[in-house]
Ligand binder design. Structure first.
Ligand code: ASP
Length: 346
């Protein structure tokens, strides 16, 4: 494995804690500019790499991330695809797993590393985790096999020693440095003294693949989480909403829901009206298996499809992406059931 002097990396700075500074009057964190951020990491110059940067102006807190900004990231990567060997996106942690998931669908045929990272403490803070995350993300984005192909040709998150497939990640901590988890898929690499890649889990490089960018996402969908005591009037109103095209339905355990006839009926009517309803579990590990219990079988009969072991982030962005392609509901259902970017285990 090597990173030659010709290896070039595009660093895309979107914002987030990594580039923030404390307002001395209010104590709140706000963005500071990208050049100041780079000054905090002089070590970057020690890489034998050509590193170029692109910064969002103004940088954003990732709570303000949106499908339009994902499309902007796709545009930046697509228009620079031939020029660079890898891409590192600096991003706030709050919605990083959504962005990583969205990009994995929008960048069809991607065969170069797109590594998202950020930090829990600003890069200027004494105990920052930002430097380590940034420097290792760059090293991973530049890593090549002996034949010159990239080691990690897919969208990933690198955070606190772990390289994870982007569409398998979830933010699990608002205070620990170890803030992300890939609960249903093994990590792709671990960074200790050396970076240890687990190659059999990494998407294989396909020399014939060409990058096909997708820009359209349709967000006429909701995430709907069950709880004991859920009320019919509210649920019926939501399911009947004429603008609603899809629902990520977060159920109990292996994909179960209460056996209320009003609920099964409303869900059946919604699927018959062309709404795509995807069942994912509220549990953080494991998969939906609707045939296991009667409380799950009724959902199968209502036309609900399994989201398998998908994260919420991957399920919602995949549904946005497929509805954005303007496919008929039956094709969307078929695509939701199969893995299109390694997001589910089927
Ligand atoms: N609010 C910040 C953001 O997501 C948090 C972070 O970066 O860790 O932009």
């Amino acid at each position: 494995m090597s990173a030659s002097s010709q290896t070039s990396i595009l660093l895309i700075y979107t914002g987030g804690t990594i580039g923030m500074i404390q307002n001395p009057e209010t104590g709140a964190l706000g963005n500071f500019n990208f050049d100041q951020l780079l000054l905090q990491v002089p070590e970057i110059k020690q890489f034998n790499l050509d590193i170029f940067a692109y910064a969002f102006e103004p940088p954003i807190d990732s709570s303000d991330m949106s499908p339009d900004l994902w499309a902007e990231l796709v545009r930046i990567i697509y228009s620079n695809y031939e020029k660079y060997d890898g891409f590192v996106i600096l991003h706030g942690t709050d919605t990083m797993a959504f962005t990583a998931s969205a990009l994995s669908f929008m960048l069809e045929g991607l065969m170069k590393p797109v590594i998202l990272t950020g930090s829990q403490l600003p890069i200027g803070a004494l105990r920052t985790d930002g430097k380590e995350n940034l420097l290792t993300a760059i090293e991973i984005a530049a890593a090549k096999n002996d034949d010159g192909t990239p080691v990690v040709p897919e969208v990933c998150i690198f955070f606190h020693e772990k390289l994870m497939r982007g569409n398998r990640t979830t933010k699990i901590s608002a205070e620990n440095f170890d803030a992300f988890e890939s609960n249903n898929y093994p990590i792709l690499a671990h960074s200790g003294i050396e970076i240890q890649y687990y190659r059999h889990f990494i998407r294989p490089y396909d020399p014939k693949a060409t990058l096909k960018p997708h820009y359209k996402m349709n967000a006429d969908i909701i995430i709907f989480s069950l709880f004991p005591g859920i009320q019919p009037t509210i649920v019926k109103k939501i399911l009947k909403s004429p603008d609603l095209k899809g629902i990520i339905f977060r159920t109990f355990g292996s994909g179960n829901a209460p056996r209320f006839s009003w609920l099964t009926q409303s869900l059946t009517e919604a699927t018959q009206a062309g709404k795509v309803i995807v069942n994912i579990t509220q549990c953080s590990t494991g998969s939906v298996k609707m045939h296991l219990y009667e409380t799950g079988c009724q959902l199968l009969e209502a036309g609900i499809i399994s989201g398998h072991d998908s994260t919420v982030e991957a399920a919602i962005t995949k549904l946005m992406y497929l509805i954005g392609q303007e496919l008929p509901p039956e094709s969307i259902r078929a695509e939701m059931k199969r893995s299109i970017a390694g997001e589910i285990s089927v």
